[in-house]
Write a protein that binds this ligand. Structure first.
Ligand SMILES: [Zn+2]
Length: 147
């Protein structure tokens, strides 16, 4: 694993604890359900070599217009099918993963970034603090490979 990815993984892993604390605070006094936790979080940066922008985002709701501010990312996701829809190859909704959410934040900050140049940490499930595999939608759109 490249050192940059190790550093990104460490930061993303630590963020899992913050995300869980936020959920517990938001649900103070109420029962916490599994769906209160995001399914996944991941860190994205605009480059491996000289990162200028990075973001850790979570998976969650997506609508048709969610990516209209980042046209290249929107085009890449639309290559899979309708944003917010599903395709046979993957169980996840197109654009709903933590990866495109974090990519969008980075590409808003650095619009000159190419989609396939983006760097990603592993994806983590906050409530279990474990690494989860990139889904087929994400391996097809981003330059990422599962370990
Ligand atoms: Zn995915």
């Amino acid at each position: 694993m490249r050192p940059e990815q190790r550093a990104m993984n460490n930061t993303t892993y630590r963020k899992c604890f913050e995300v869980c604390d936020e959920v517990k605070e938001a649900r103070a006094g109420k029962k916490i359900r599994l769906r209160d936790y995001p399914a996944a979080i991941v860190m994205c940066a605009d480059s491996w070599e000289h990162p200028m922008a990075s973001a850790i985002e979570r998976s969650g709701k997506v609508v048709r217009t969610s990516y209209e501010e980042t046209p290249e990312l929107e085009a890449a996701l639309s290559g899979l099918g309708n944003i917010g829809g599903k395709r046979d190859e993957c169980k996840n909704y197109i654009g709903a993963c933590a990866e495109p959410h974090s990519a969008r934040t980075v590409m808003r900050a650095r619009p000159e970034t190419e989609v396939d140049e983006l760097a990603f940490s592993y994806a983590y499930r906050p409530r279990t603090k474990t690494v989860i595999r990139y889904c087929r939608n994400c391996t097809d759109v981003f330059n990422v490979e599962n370990p």
